[in-house]
Write a new protein. Structure first.
Length: 132
């Protein structure tokens, strides 16, 4: 969520930096191969930046919401695809956590979107106070 927010509202370079650093930290504490989380977050930041520059004109709540939907879905699809790739080439066994559970996906998606909305409104509130 923070990577998406940074890519749309703040700066693309900061989103790439945050995606890389948080992906490395996630790689240390996850059961995936080291670097997969960083790679997925970087790909997500690049896709968000491309979508925002080519399809959306302003950094409004609605564009952030739609980009959040697309990017969270993309991140999950890429995560399952990388997992299946590693399983297919026998690098890693397919973890049980990658079973497709639609309820869990929807709940995580809405939690992520609520978090994006809170970040957006807090940022706008603070930014408006600075302008006065």
């Amino acid at each position: 969520g923070i990577t998406i927010f940074l890519a749309v509202i703040i700066s693309y370079n900061k989103a790439l930096m945050f995606g890389t650093l948080s992906g490395i930290v996630l790689g240390v504490f996850s059961n995936q191969r080291f670097g997969i989380s960083a790679l997925l977050l970087i790909i997500t930041a690049i896709c968000v930046h491309t979508l925002f520059n080519n399809l959306f004109t302003n950094a409004s709540f609605y564009s952030l919401f739609i980009i959040g939907l697309i990017s969270y879905t993309l991140y999950d699809v890429l995560e399952v695809a990388f997992s299946a790739f590693y399983f297919y080439f026998k690098f890693l066994p397919l973890p049980v956590s990658y079973e497709v559970n639609f309820r869990t996906y929807i709940s995580y998606l809405f939690t992520n979107l609520i978090f994006l909305g809170i970040l957006f409104f807090v940022y706008n509130f603070i930014y408006r106070k600075r302008m006065i």
